[in-house]
Every structure is written in C-alpha cells, then in structure tokens.
Design a protein around this ligand. Structure first.
Ligand code: NDP
Length: 452
C-alpha cells in the first residue's frame, strides 16, 4: 500500500470513463471558423451575425442511436452540432443533417429513443420496436423517408448538409422579432453509400468518419459549408396552413427563400479527443443577444434536457471546462459544486445579486422582446388536425426512379423480422403519402421474401 505511484495509476485508470451520451454517443469533431458574408443586420443585433464577422467555433458530428463503439457507417440521422465562441458568449446550434425530426412532442422523445436502443430482454436492437412506434406515429413519415433515402447514409461528415432544424428567432435593437431556420449546405457535394457498400466499408473499418474528417483536415483539405437562413415574419407565421414551429415540417423554399449569409470552415483537428470532443457540451439554451428561441415544443424540451444531460454526464460546472467556456468574460453567480475550480468573478463579497460590492448586475438589455402567448394552457395534442402526409409526399416526388427503388429496398431490408400486422400498418401510412410508395415497399418486401 505504500507504493502510492501504483495506487494512483490504478485509481486513475479506474476512472478513465465517464457516462457516454444517451443519444449521439459516437461522434467526430473539429475546430473551425464562421465567416459572415451576407447582411441581415436589420434583423438581428447578434454580433456573430454582423457582416464580415469571423467567429471561432467547434463542430461535433454524430450518429444518434449507436453507442461509442458503434460503426460509423450505419444508417442513422447524423447530429450536426455547432458551438460558436462569439464576442458576446457562446451560441450553440445543436442540429442534425436533416431539417425535420421523428416526433414533434418532447413527451414522446424518450419513447422514440427507447425504440432505437437495445431491447430490455434480448439486449439487441429491435426493428419490431422501431416500426411499431413509427407505424403508430404518422408524424415520423417525413423523417423516415429521409432516413431511408440516399441521404440516410452519407459517406463522411463532410458530404452532408446540416440544419438547425428548429425554428429559432432573430431580434434587433428595436425589439423586432422574426422567425429563422438555419441551413448549412455542404460544398463537398452530397455523397452516400448504399447498404451493400456500407457493409463492405464497415467490414474494413468501423471508424470511417473519424478517418475521413481527421485525415482531410490533417491534409489541409478543409471542409466548408455555405450558411443560409430562411426568414418568416410573425404575421406570416400566423397566416400559414401548417404550424411553422412543428419540427416534423420544413418551410417550403418557394415561400421562404434561402438567403446566403456566410461560410463555415473546419480547419483544425482537436489535440485531445477526450478533452475537446467528449467533454464538448452543446445546449440550445446557449443563445446570445439577438438570437432567441420559438414556441417549437421540441426546442423547448431540449432547452432543459441538453443542459441537464451535461450536468449529469460532466458535472455541475461543465460550462467552465476549456472547450465549453466562452472566450469572452462571463459573469454569473453560480457557486459551489462539482468542478468549482474557477476564481471568484469579482470581489469575494459579491456572491449574490444585487450587491453593493461591485459585482456584475442583471441587465435587461439582454432580455429578448416579450412573446405574445394565447390559447388554453393544457397538454398539447400533438396530432390534432395535422397533415403528416403532404411534405413527405413532396420529398418522395423529388426522387427519381432509382432513388425511389433504393428507398423501397432500404425500408424493406429494415423490416425483416417485424410482425406482419406492424408492417401492414406502416404500409398503409406509406400508401397515404403516395400509392407508389406503398406499392414499392410491398414489392421490395416480396423480393426479399416471396411469402410476404
Ligand atoms: P424544393 O424543391 O425547393 O427543395 C427540395 C429540397 O429537397 C432541396 O433543398 C434538397 O436539398 C432536398 N432533398 C433532395 N433530396 C433529399 C433527400 N434524399 N433527403 C432530404 N432532402 C432532400 O422544395 P420545398 O422547399 O418545397 O421542399 C420539398 C420537400 O423537400 C420538403 O417536403 C422536404 O421533404 C424536402 N426538403 C426541404 C427543405 C426545405 O428547407 N424547404 C430542406 C431539405 C429537404 P439540398 O438543396 O439541400 O440539396
């Protein structure tokens, strides 16, 4: 016991793991820069979005369902999370490579994730659970169609778009608010693998995304994305035929054109994966003056859930870790707890607010304009009168014959071993999107198993 070197080494080794993320556990990250080239200064006072501003940032891409050791080239939605170290504090945009999501009500999020994770008895992923939930949740059709289309299996993080997905808001010095969607369009082009190609790749490497992203940046081939926004006024939002705050919907480009505002480039690999990517913590609650939230219920749920996940995963003061802390001075009155290693903000006597000892003061200049709310307060019926079919239909109609065939085959392959009554319920939903969709999946199932 006197060999404390040995004891310290063993004790440290015992503590080398922290809880992995419940979702988005497998990830790949890099540092970069956001450059603003457009001018939306009339819409927002956020300095990060002013013309010619350059802001250091870090990105983390991820799969949703797989654990930390999962293979990179699995069909799954990809996380596309960005942390901007702005002059006014950190702005996080924790989005995906798709503009929509499977559910629109955060109450359903844990249920949905349970269907993507392991079955309690078999400890295996369960296609039955996935299709049971989806076939009982028609709002998932839009995201399912994207997931099983070509874009559901990008060859690398560089070859996919990113979307802020939620509706956020921008506000200016006059206190005027507009709604906004953020888009990040790959400049490397879209590239995807079929199932057969991905199986071959996974047979050769389970770390293809890390190799591609890390390798490209080491070689000086810096991936870039064009940054675009869609803007909607509060009056336009009130007059729409669909709910603009529904995360299962996009804003059609024809009504809400894409406005180019800048360029995102990743140009530096982390020196320490654990310290810079594993400890990296995003939360939609991190906004800066001039950028705000919206009544999107999924966004409201994530404002709580993400920061809460990090407090559990990393500790109370996770925001003070080097990769998470803002690059500008930050003033708060958080006190003790796990990882309280930072100095007092001002005089040690100023540990509450208001105080007479020169501590930082609450400042209403950072408060976003008030949001009018109306209607009865009750649990939201997330299916009430909602059209879950038109937007997946618009997507389906964009696909050419070969893309449709791959969609049908991908869906059918994922349905193997699912009970027939669940398959029939799902095909009925595909049928309502488009008769060709339902028939195509049926034909693909027949081709896999003529008994079907
Ligand atoms: P548009 O014809 O203007 O836009 C179609 C969009 O579809 C393009 O932005 C294209 O993305 C995207 N797309 C093409 N193939 C796929 C795929 N396999 N998976 C996901 N997206 C794909 O029409 P609308 O704006 O009226 O939208 C029609 C449908 O397009 C929507 O219902 C939605 O499903 C889909 N879509 C719309 C987006 C939007 O913000 N309006 C964004 C992404 C998809 P890109 O240009 O980035 O290559």
């Amino acid at each position: 016991m006197q060999d404390w070197h040995l004891i310290e080494k063993l004790a440290h080794q015992n503590r080398e793991r922290i809880p992995e993320r419940v979702v988005h556990a497998k990830g790949w990250g890099a540092h970069g820069t956001l450059k603003i080239t457009g001018d939306i200064s009339h819409l927002t006072c956020a300095r990060v979005l002013q013309p010619s501003t350059e802001t250091p940032m870090i990105a983390r891409f991820s799969t949703v369902a797989g654990e930390m050791g999962a293979a990179d080239h699995e069909r799954d939605v990809r996380g596309f999370a960005l942390k901007f170290y702005t002059e006014e504090g950190n702005w996080d945009l924790a989005g995906n490579n798709t503009p929509v999501f499977f559910v629109r009500d955060p109450l359903k999020f844990p249920d949905f994730i349970h269907t993507q994770k392991r079955h309690p008895r078999t400890n295996l992923r369960s296609p039955t659970a996935m299709w049971d939930f989806w076939s009982l949740s028609p709002e998932s059709l839009h995201q399912i169609t994207m997931l099983f289309s070509d874009r559901g299996l990008p060859v690398s993080p560089m070859h996919m778009n990113g979307y802020g997905s939620h509706t956020y808001s921008l506000w200016n010095d006059k206190g005027e608010r507009v709604w906004v969607k953020f888009h990040f369009k790959t400049r490397q082009g879209h590239r995807h693998y079929t199932h057969a190609e991905a199986e071959k790749v996974i047979g050769e490497t389970r770390e293809g995304y890390q190799e591609a992203l890390f390798g490209a940046i080491e070689a000086g081939e810096f991936p870039q994305w064009t940054v675009q926004v869609q803007i909607m006024t509060e009056a336009e939002a009130g007059a729409l035929s669909f709910n603009p705050f529904d995360l299962t919907k996009v804003w059609p480009h024809a009504g809400f054109p894409l406005i180019e505002i800048g360029m995102l480039e990743l140009n530096r690999n982390p020196d320490n994966y654990f310290a810079e990517v594993e400890l990296l913590a995003f939360s939609p609650s991190n906004v800066v003056r001039g950028i705000g939230h919206s009544p999107d219920r999924m966004l409201q749920g994530r404002i709580f859930a993400y920061a809460d996940a990090h407090r559990y995963r990393l500790g109370t003061h996770y925001e003070a870790l080097p990769v998470n802390r803002p690059r500008c001075p930050v003033h708060h009155y958080h006190k003790d707890g796990a990882m309280r290693f930072f100095a007092n903000a001002a005089s040690p006597d100023a540990y509450y607010e208001p105080n007479s000892f020169g501590g930082p003061r609450q400042d209403s200049a950072f408060t976003e304009p008030p949001l009018d709310l109306n209607g009865p307060a009750a649990r939201f019926d997330h299916r009430d009168g909602t059209d879950d079919f038109s937007q997946p239909r618009a997507l389906f109609e964009l696909f050419d014959a070969a893309q449709k065939d791959r969609l049908f085959t991908n869906v059918a392959a994922a349905m193997r071993s699912v009970p027939v009554e669940i398959i029939e319920r799902q095909i009925d939903l595909f049928q309502q999107v488009h008769p060709e969709y339902g028939a195509g999946v049926c034909a693909a199932l027949d081709a896999l198993d003529p008994q079907f």
